[in-house]
Design a binder for this molecule. Sequence first.
Ligand code: SF4
Length: 894
Amino acid sequence: MNARASALNVATTCPYCGVGCGVVATPDGQGGAAIAGDRDHPANAGRLCVKGAALGETLGTEARLLHPTIHGVRTTWPRALDAVAAGFTAAHEAHGPQAIAMYLSGQLLTEDYYVANKLMKGFLGSANVDTNSRLCMASSVAGHRRAFGADVVPGCYDDFDQADVIVFVGSNAAWCHPVLFQRAEQAKARRGARIVTIDPRRTATAELSDLHLPIAPGADTILFCRLLVEIADSDAFDRAYVEAHTSGLERALEQARAIAPDRATTAARCGVAEPDLAAFLDLWIGAPRVVTAFSQGVNQSARGTDKVNAILNVHLATGRIGKPGCGPFSLTGQPNAMGGREVGGLANQLAAHMDFQPADVDRVRRFWNAPAMAEAPGLKAVELFEAIERGAIKALWIMSTNPAVSLPRADAMRAALDKLDFLAVSEVSAHVDGLLDAATVVLPAAAWGEKDGTVTNSERVISRQRPFHAPPGEAWPDWRQVSEVARRLGHGAAFAYRGPADIFREHAALSGFENDGARAFDIGALATLADAEYDALAPVQWPRRRGQAGRKRFFSEGGFFHSDGRARFVAVADPPPPRLTEAYGLVLNTGRVRDQWHTMTRTGLSPRLARHRDAPFVEVHPDDAARLGLSDAGFARVTSAQGAAELRVVATASQRRGSLFAPIHWTAATAGRARVGALTHASVDPVSGQPDSKATPATIAPSPIAAEGFLVARRRVALPDWLAHARIAVLGGEAVTFASAEGPAALQAFLSNWLGRAASASRRADEGGQRFQSATFADGRLESFLHVAPKLDRAAFDAAIALLARPTIDAQERRFALAGRALAAGDSASPLVCACFAVRRDAIEAAIAAGAASVDAVGRETRAGTNCGSCRAEIRQLVTSRDAVAAIVAGQGD
Ligand code: SF4
């Protein structure tokens, strides 16, 4: 049965990455829901990655904001909204429209985004509306607009099924866009498609690829310039396409020759082996159908827009665009980055992909009947917060994002918020560090599962997010909050929406307004949907022009959106290497881990997702680790000109020499001293304004840690920031790991005092006073377990977590717990590899030892890697690693 047609099941869309998978939620009537993939959704056909599959674990309301507050004191909605209107009015009257701003999020629904932009750009006269999507894909937007004349992703997901070669550039798609990556893997398995990864790190995606180019940071433009030169020199141009549909090739090619004159120079500048470079060039040029997919490694760069255009250039040169199995493909990070682009969520755009050209400004003004239309672009995210630092912005409204964690120079951004006269924050979670304390007014917002509206994924498919729970407490949807403030500001008639369907119809009508095909984004055919049709709307790909059939792809026959209908080759600039100094001589790259999303306010609620990577870390090449005195699994302090963070060291050859990698997810709420956003510099791309999060000059030094430990507890326990390393959700409570320069005995004494540990706690000390354990019990179950030793005892940690999950424990289990031993076979301390089926490393190694010689064979034996596929790279490493060989040998010897 079609899920959308069922009364019990609600078809909605995953709130995480830009793949935009369809989800079927079945509420349990008690605040939870069973989650499954939507077999009818074109993005995933029923598949979910582990993050999507764990959505049901994140629905609790314990961490939610439930009531509006003013200066931290609970208030009513009318008073809170009055305060927001008054705060914006005061700043506007005293300092003009440039002194007010909104900072939005790719987590918002299109309808929320539309209303916020309309209020600011049409009715308050300020284009200072930007979004955290600026941090995600602004360089792709700018690159598309330069080349195509419009922000259009030319292809669709089907192209991954049909390509001969799929290139992932700056994209760890196996972890960050897992369901789409699975399609690439299937193309490889079924049709022999080849997968290439271009990434400084040997990521999970690289691990599963046929070819990996471990490119030097920032050198992607050089590589694709060389490809353009080789296309020219091997006469691989599609001359008919180039002549009929493009302009600017000569200049772009001349510049490419200057940047990448030959293979040897290119290989040296890119830091890759010349044979690997040759293999890539030959593969790309020789395959008739190529998809080049790119994401944050391209976008989050000081020269990100040029990287995008260097990629678009080679597809234009070969006419490999808009045809089945061909095209450049921007993978968006956030669930609704595309929807935000459609309604003008970026400060330099107007609604419906329009610009600040006078004709566009006039058109939007007339459509909205807008009294105070902004006529020039506003401040982009980094500029916006620099203006706040200078005191030029007086009133700010932040919705659904935390710039105090995610913007570059995060510590400085957090301090900048105190310079505002007025700050409103619309937020879901009560655990967003650095933001709620700074706010004048906090407005509780509806979350995923409660929100009603639409999102657009990376292939231009608009999907419904449907509610299946009522918002808890007094939480409201964001569009309603904005509309009520607009009414208080005297614009009630223009914001008299009854619900999201009204907003969507207006948005669709604007996209088709005076649009004779000159604007790519047109969903005018959806402007007359009845409420019931909007409710039942199936996923639909734009464009949907009134009176015309839809289309999957753009540009196979030209039809670009520059005034002459031609695409532009862009002569890109020669990218400078990262600016390292004597003090900061390493390149810090940032990114994501497989099972977490952004700042973990949602994924951090899932015990299952917490166990894949349960603490913040920094990856270092073993040679650098040895040179710098770092030990694997020890601690190190990473420092940049902006700040510092303390992280656990992972020495791995998957990291380039001279580079560091640290994930972005941990905040002060989840890690005491591991806010990686505090390290990143504010260098931005000159065209797109997108920050360069991938190449911050940094340094690293060992941290003198003498004791480590953990506290597993049924209730949240506050530990001092200098001590707590990471906090994770576990079944039945939470677990905190910690590390200290003090030795075990001193740390144990401090903690007993800090925690007020009762004398009745069961205690055990051994190994010459170097190892301490104590536990408290109540109602026949474990209440808390504290462990201190010179190093984190992973077996004891996992045993304690397993014990906390038990509804009752007996006397023998108490003794085992105090001994720090696993309780039963199912309580293995081996690291979790497959989160979907909870398969641990030791089970996989056992399967390999028993003869499973491939990822698929391991899957047949253990089920690991057979659902979302996110762990297949790790399984492959185990299959091929020396550990596995040793395990096999050991197995034979037994
Ligand atoms: Fe959600 Fe995973 Fe699909 Fe992305 S790939 S939309 S995170 S289920």
